[in-house]
Design a binder for this molecule. Structure first.
Ligand code: MCN
Length: 784
């Protein structure tokens, strides 16, 4: 469908894809201003060491080298250390991290010097000439090591390695546990993983020595945020910084933060007088981009014999890196904040403890804290069911939130129909005939099982004042502008960023729908802070469709009203008697009385005489600043069919069904793509991905030969069912969909494996489920 009116909900192809598929995309590596130099960063081979001496003389003299800087040089050229924008534990200490290490390196891969040269190869050659004397220090790589009383301290002015504590609490926890029929305890462990984008992170920085103006191309999800932070760190006013975003080859959260190497490129440009490009090579991306997921969670659940969960308490230990990323402890705090998931658990006390280790910073990755929270609550629901011989789905149903709005420990859930969504998923499983398939496989001696997980998701991250109160220094509103030009064509300006998720198409659909114009008459523009409307938090937390979409919808709706007022003047009719269809305004029920949007556009810009009412301002342009009153809670149910080879411990996924509700869907085809992409990352996290560290803290995973990603061969066929429960408080009713696929996958896969191995009573409490770990669990289960 390519016409307006009804284009919301249409499965239109993504406008972005034509350029991408015909090789005309411009990625960061394609940005080559005249005279551009390429930078390389010297990275520590040691996890923890003092920089006793660093000599860059030979590197600076190397032919083709234009600039060499050390950590101390960069420190002397910035106003402040790298900023932390989210402090859920405001009393905790803060790491003082400059773009490059100054006195100590704190993890394998920590940058300590940088070179700008005619090309990357020359810059890398020069790095080898930098002479560094390290004073090796003992490293801390595990949570247990970090917390032990005699642990080496990473930050000498801290009393220990604890980077912050926070509590998420609600209700009378003591009473809930005192009155429980059962208290179940469990410890969960999640490995270190990261959002491995096809395109690595990069920046092309040009410093203008005459105007002290920084022009930076960055493949970032958050251009306005990066602009603000560049200004803060470099001591500039914001107008002196321009951030432009080229096409992005995947972001997945890890391109939303502000990185030291971005500042290094700016400093190198200032020193050399040339534009400077820094682009991670694949190997260094394993240590230079934020990591995520690593946590240990200890929980206790109080339940009654009928399956009602009355209390939840425990501790989320975030195994952070040595320095905070831009978002600090917040991914781990979020795990606690959403730990009750879709369940109405009245009494909750969850401690959050962040601990520093000699590893790269911990930051955002698709799903943020949610996949771990989901794993925990879904495991505990199944454990309660097992304890009392109940059907786990009955336990889910008994505990589901049913009255909305619902105040969970942190967030207010706006709406949901959880039981219906569970039924939708189970119906899909029935229709797929999985139970028969499992029975047949088991009759033949195979180990096959079905697992479920139910999730809800805080999407449409906002409102600004509330997120500020949670310790976030950045706003959650969205500004959008919609313009109709003199030929009747529509341009949408958004602060949101396109990184593969199809947001340009979705926003075009929203504008085409509101204005009743053909979809191909709408162009969406984003990615240049000099002209893009302001979007504080950027494109993360599955907020662009809901918050950005609502902003566009409101602006376009006002613009439509202006178009109708002008047409009403032409026809001497009331705007209420007019309609727009496919870019033509006509009087309802009067064939032939019509005017095109092009004619109205022409009058609004070029020939107002006789068409534009006297009290109407020329131009067709509306701007909206939209700050939702609440987040929007999307939800879904995942079912997985898996078989396990008990000889090798290899898990094979045979089927993957998702029932999902993201409110009003703008484009179901894109939503399905989002769910599948997220599910592929859930599969990676559940079965393959782990950033491993050696006993003395060295990084062992430095390429895709060691960090296994799921390939097409191991991702099973998907089936997706949709429901639509619009968010009442968001114009358009949109909720987010960009992270949903990754949230429930880990738990559903673990439960399918447990079901397949029921005879061995295997319990999966850590991810990923690797073959050796699974073989060990089968042995332990068999011995029980
Ligand atoms: N959509 C829709 N109707 C809705 C909700 C969403 O049609 N009610 C569609 C829209 O086309 C929208 C897309 O789904 O463009 C995702 O919408 P939304 O949930 O608002 O997510 P964002 O646009 O804010 O994107 C961010 C989100 C996050 S947080 C990560 S991480 C992520 C993701 O989306 N990274 C991605 N999806 C990704 N997809 C790709 N290809 N690459 C990434 O890096």
């Amino acid at each position: 469908m390519t016409v307006g009116g009804g284009v919301i909900g249409a499965r239109v192809s993504r406008a972005e894809d034509v350029r991408l598929l015909t090789g005309r995309a411009v990625f960061i590596d394609d940005v080559r201003p005249p005279g551009v130099l390429e930078a390389a960063i010297l990275r520590s081979p040691h996890p923890h060491a003092r920089i006793v001496r660093i000599d860059t003389t030979a590197a600076a003299a190397y032919p083709g080298v234009f600039a060499v800087v050390t950590g101390a040089d960069v420190k002397s050229m910035v106003r402040r250390p790298q900023p932390l924008i989210w402090r859920p534990a405001p009393d905790g200490p803060e790491t003082v991290a400059y773009p490059l290490a100054v006195d100590k390196v704190l993890y394998t891969g920590h940058g300590l010097a940088a070179v700008a040269a005619v090309d990357r190869a020359t810059a890398e050659d020069a790095l080898e000439l930098i002479d560094v004397e390290y004073g090796l220090l003992p490293a801390v790589t595990t949570l247990e090591q970090a917390l032990s009383p005699d642990a080496p301290r990473l930050h000498e002015d801290w009393p220990d390695n604890v980077a912050g504590r926070a509590v998420v609490a609600q209700g009378d926890v003591e009473a809930a546990f005192a009155r429980a029929d059962v208290v179940l305890r469990e410890t969960f462990r999640f490995a270190r993983q990261w959002g491995a984008s096809l395109e690595t992170r990069g920046v092309v920085a040009t410093w203008d020595p005459f105007t002290s103006h920084l022009d930076a191309w960055v493949n970032t999800q958050s251009p306005h945020l990066i602009r603000e932070l560049f200004a803060e760190v470099l001591g500039l006013s914001v107008d002196k910084v321009r951030v432009r975003v080229p096409d992005i080859g995947g972001g997945f959260g890890s391109k939303s933060g502000f990185y030291g190497d971005q500042v290094v490129a700016a400093v190198l440009s200032r020193v050399s007088g040339r534009p400077v490009k820094f682009l991670e090579d694949r190997r260094e991306s394993f240590v230079a981009t934020v990591h995520a997921r690593e946590q240990r969670i200890d929980v206790e659940v109080a339940a009654r014999a009928d399956g009602t969960i009355t209390g939840l308490r425990g501790t989320v230990h975030g195994v952070l890196g040595a320095n905070f990323s831009t978002v600090g402890l917040s991914p781990c705090w979020t795990t606690a904040a959403i730990m009750t998931g879709p369940y109405a658990i009245p009494a909750v006390e969850l401690n959050v403890v962040g601990v520093v280790t000699n590893k790269p910073p911990y930051g955002a990755y698709r799903g943020y804290g949610l996949p771990k929270a989901n794993f925990v609550h879904e495991h505990m629901v199944e454990a309660v069911a097992r304890r009392f011989g109940l059907d786990p789905h009955d336990v889910r149903r008994r505990n589901f939130v049913t009255d909305f709005p619902y105040q969970s420990p942190v967030f207010v859930y706006d709406s949901g129909r959880y039981a219906e969504c569970l039924d939708l998923c189970r119906d899909a499983v029935r229709r797929a005939g999985w139970a028969d398939r499992v029975a047949r496989a088991r009759a033949e001696g195979a180990h096959m099982g079905i697992g479920y997980a139910f999730h809800n998701e805080v999407s449409a991250f906002a409102p600004s004042r509330i997120v500020n109160m949670s310790g976030l220094d950045h706003s959650g509103f969205d500004e959008a502008a919609v313009r109709i030009d003199s030929t009747g064509r529509v341009t949408v300006h958004t602060g949101q960023t396109s990184m593969g998720q199809g947001i340009h198409t979705a926003l075009a659909q929203v504008a085409a729908h509101a204005l009743d114009v053909p979809l191909d008459h709408v162009t969406v523009i984003s990615g240049d802070t000099d002209s893009a409307p302001y979007t504080g938090y950027g494109t993360a937390a599955s907020r662009a469709a809901a918050v950005g979409g609502a902003a566009v919808l409101n602006a376009a709706t006002r613009l439509r009203a202006k178009v109708l007022r002008i047409a009403a003047h032409v026809f001497e009719a009331s705007p209420d008697d007019l309609e727009i269809s496919d870019g033509v305004v006509s009087v309802k029920g009067v064939p032939g009385r019509s005017v095109t949007l092009a004619a109205i556009g022409d009058a609004a810009y070029r020939r107002p005489h006789g068409v534009l009412p006297d009290d109407e301002e020329p131009t067709l342009h509306e701007r909206e600043v939209y700050d939702p009153v609440n987040v929007a809670t999307a939800f879904g149910c995942t079912a997985v069919l898996a078989s396990v080879d008990v000889e090798t411990g290899v898990v094979e996924l045979l089927g993957y069904l998702i029932a999902h509700d993201c409110g009003t869907m703008i484009n179901p085809m894109i939503v399905e793509g989002q769910l599948q992409g997220g599910a592929a990352q859930a599969i990676g996290g559940a079965l393959y991905e782990r950033l491993a560290y050696g006993t003395s803290g060295e990084a062992l995973t430095r390429s895709f030969a060691e960090y296994l990603l799921p390939t097409a061969g191991v991702v099973p066929p998907f089936g997706i069912s949709h429901m639509e429960t619009p968010a009442d408080h968001i114009p358009g009713g949109f909720k987010g969909a960009g992270e949903a696929g990754v949230i429930g996958g880990g738990a559903a896969i673990a439960h399918a494996v447990q079901d397949a191995l029921a005879e061995f009573r295997v319990r999966i409490t850590s991810l990923p489920i690797t073959p050796p770990d699974l073989l060990a669990a089968i042995r332990t289960g068999a011995e029980r």
